[in-house]
Design a protein around this ligand. Structure first.
Ligand SMILES: Nc1ncnc2c1ncn2[C@@H]1O[C@H](COP(=O)(O)OP(=O)(O)OP(=O)(O)O)[C@@H](O)[C@H]1O
Ligand SMILES: [Mg+2]
Length: 417
């Protein structure tokens, strides 16, 4: 197929010429090099769909070329060629991940067929990787809505810090979108194709949390029947989201400090430190500064975590976003239930003036509930719970007018969808 790129590696000039004439005739884009070193450089610099390498070469041999190519991109098929067939080298090459082992005397038809197969398989593999990535992004990535000045400041900061490895501390009340922002940072960073691992430090007892985070060695406590890898290790190369970090015990805080300072962990019951490569994002809905003053949180850990603070404002401090979010959650509810609903002026006004102690999550739940329970096409005051309805008394007209003007949806990250 035109455009498919083949790299031929052989220190024998005539072989390079022979193969390149044959393959160019088939319409392939062919590059030839006469040493293993040059081959590795070429693969680093440009995308090849298949590599064909001679085995016996001065300096770097074909098996080493195969190994290096696989390290650079494990999906590129490598076909090894040799003048002298030897079962030992053939087995070695195939064990190291060669796609095929060809003898130079092979008929042209066989060579062409092996290359065609390698290219087809490479293509399908690449498509699979791409589709998997897309699917993952879609399921993991939700739109982030917000037009208010307060949330725009957060979005700008996310843009700036995403592609750094700096530790981030996200502070905000419950339901303000801390996890959503953490994921946004991960998916905008160069770590996006590696895991995003999150753990809620407040949800587990200390011992369990410790072995989840750092792993344990077999026999270190009753029930530790085999070695267990910690989540820090599972997140290798990716982002680790430590939710509710303010809930951690002093012992765990010491261990977290070690992760941040030394970039290594010691599993429970183990002695050998293990290197970890993760970007840390922590979140809290507590006032950590106060926790530090009250001696409930280690100051040194706080400063290590708080390299880049992101403060998520409560929804009541960015009421401009309420109509946008309502519109957004209505669309989601329509997708889920097939029901299309409008919101009455009074219901909208009332929701804009409510204080939303549970922030965006509370709003999301109220809209979903109203869409499911309301039998008519309109969400009215009656569709809302009493605590919100009570707010309709003495509503502020100015906020309402402003909200109507901004009632068009703005998606911050929809490029990803
Ligand atoms: N700006 C936003 N746009 C769209 N959806 C949002 C936004 N902020 C939050 N949400 C939604 O609100 C819900 C709560 O968000 P999230 O879980 O990120 O909050 P949180 O701060 O981590 O809450 P908690 O402290 O309770 O863990 C999620 O379903 C999330 O998708
Ligand atoms: Mg959360």
């Amino acid at each position: 197929m035109p455009g498919e790129k083949i790299l031929i590696v052989d220190d024998e000039k005539s072989m390079c010429q022979y193969l390149s004439i044959m393959l160019r005739k088939e319409g392939y884009d062919v590059v030839t090099v006469n040493s293993g070193k040059k081959a590795v450089r070429a693969v680093k610099e440009s995308n090849f769909d298949v590599v064909i390498t001679d085995i016996k070469m001065e300096g770097m041999d074909g098996i080493e070329v195969l190994k290096s190519v696989k390290e650079i991109d494990s999906t590129i098929p490598v076909i090894v060629m040799t003048a002298y067939a030897s079962q030992k080298t053939a087995i070695e090459a195939l064990n190291k991940g060669a796609f095929y082992y060809l003898i130079k005397r092979a008929k042209n038809e066989e060579i062409k067929m092996v290359i065609r197969n390698a290219l087809d398989i490479h293509k399908v593999k690449n498509e699979n990787v791409f589709l998997k990535k897309q699917l993952k992004k879609k399921s993991d990535f939700k739109e982030i809505i917000g037009k208010s000045e307060e949330i725009q400041k957060v979005f700008n900061l996310v843009d700036k810090v995403a592609d750094t490895d700096s530790t981030i501390l996200i502070c905000g009340e419950s339901g303000t979108g801390k996890e959503l922002i953490a994921k946004a940072i991960h998916y905008r960073s160069s770590r996006a194709n590696k895991p995003f691992v999150s753990i809620n430090c407040g949800a587990l007892p200390e011992n369990l949390l410790e072995s989840e985070l750092f792993g344990h060695v077999k026999g270190s406590f009753t029930g530790a029947i085999r070695d267990k890898e910690g989540l820090f290790k599972v997140a290798s190369g990716g982002t680790f989201f430590l939710d509710e970090v303010g809930e951690t015990s002093p012992a765990i805080q010491v261990k977290l400090l070690r992760v941040l300072q030394e970039r290594e962990i010691i599993p429970v019951g183990g002695t050998k430190p293990i290197k970890v490569d993760v970007r840390l994002i922590a979140a809290t809905n507590a006032d950590l500064e106060k926790e530090v003053k009250d001696d409930r949180f280690r100051a040194d850990l706080y400063y290590r975590l708080n390299v880049i603070p992101i403060n998520l404002p409560p929804l009541r401090d960015r009421r401009d976003d309420i109509p946008l979010l309502i519109d957004h959650f209505l669309k989601i509810a329509t997708q889920k239930t097939g029901k299309v609903k409008e919101v009455s002026k009074e219901a909208m006004e009332c929701m804009i003036n409510y204080d939303w102690p549970g922030n965006v999550r509370e709003l999301e739940n109220i809209i979903e509930r109203a869409v499911i329970l309301e039998e008519t096409d309109e969400i009215t005051l009656d569709s809302l719970p009493e605590k919100i309805r009570n707010k309709s008394v003495g509503t502020k007209k100015i906020v309402m007018q402003k909200a109507q003007v901004t009632l068009e949806c703005m998606a911050f990250y929809n490029v990803y969808l």
